[in-house]
Design a protein. Structure first.
Length: 259
């Protein structure tokens, strides 16, 4: 199976022009598509990633008047994550959009998971979402509102096998979204979850898409074709823009009808 040609989202959202956006895990895959999409809308994009080479290359390749700002960061280090967010704030001003994209879906059979493994998996797949939201809430309050987008997964909905802590963390992200939506909504901060299906990123194609996957996907999805990173970015643009000003505490599933 091969990924289809990368395409830019077709909708234009004027409210995103000049808005400061922070994206975690932005160097590759879905994160890269997010960086490219928001940069294309004229937003001031800051992003972090543990992959320094890919992050620097992406930022350098999107030069011009609104070139993105990249910070090397392991999101499981809460202090480092806060410093990365502060660096973007210092460069571009108060953060009005947060996209909690960073995650790691490495497989981990139940019998092999140690206590340290559990803590690390929760840290990368859930904990950083809370602390990133905590770090930008003051900015959004001062701006009179903002948009926080957490990232879930259909994996726990379809009862996937072989990565239970990842699935538990992604299920918990839905609860985090609803709790934060209530706590922050009165000051105009919207909190939603994007729930991707099986997205054909380079990582998925390299590690998890195997012979027989085409038949599995075709049988599960209502729609033909494959979910691409740009499809996720299109939903993220809508949720970040003022067009979704009355949307909060919701899960937006982009999975071609799998679930």
């Amino acid at each position: 199976m091969e990924a289809t040609t990368t395409r830019a989202p077709s909708a234009i959202y004027p409210s995103l022009t000049g808005r400061t956006v922070f994206i975690s895990g932005g160097a590759t895959g879905i994160g890269e598509a997010l960086v490219r999409a928001f940069h294309g809308q004229g937003a001031r994009v800051g992003f972090c990633d543990i992959d320094a080479a890919a992050g620097r290359a992406l930022a350098a390749g999107l030069g011009g008047g609104n070139a993105p700002h990249f910070e090397i960061c392991d999101v499981t280090d809460v202090a480092a994550l806060g410093a990365a967010i502060a660096a973007v704030r210092a460069r571009f001003g108060p953060i009005g959009v947060l996209l909690n994209n960073a995650a790691n879906d490495r497989r981990h059979p139940m019998a092999e998971v140690t206590s340290d493994d559990f803590d690390r998996l929760v840290a990368v797949n859930l904990k950083h979402q809370f602390f990133a939201a905590q770090a930008v809430a003051g900015d959004m309050r001062a701006l009179g509102g903002g948009s926080i987008v957490n990232f879930g997964s259909v994996s726990w909905m379809i009862k996937g096998a072989g990565y239970p802590v990842y699935q538990a963390s992604k299920a918990a992200a839905h609860g985090l979204t609803r709790a934060l939506a209530r706590d922050l909504g009165k000051v105009g901060i919207r909190v939603n979850t994007i729930v991707p299906g099986w997205v054909m990123t380079e990582r998925q194609l390299r590690l998890w898409v195997k012979p027989g996957s085409d038949a599995e996907i075709d049988a599960a999805q209502c729609l033909p074709g494959r979910v691409m990173a740009e499809d996720i970015a299109s939903m993220a643009l809508f949720l970040a823009a003022d067009d979704s000003k009355m949307c909060s505490a919701q899960n937006y599933v982009v999975d071609a009808g799998w679930t």
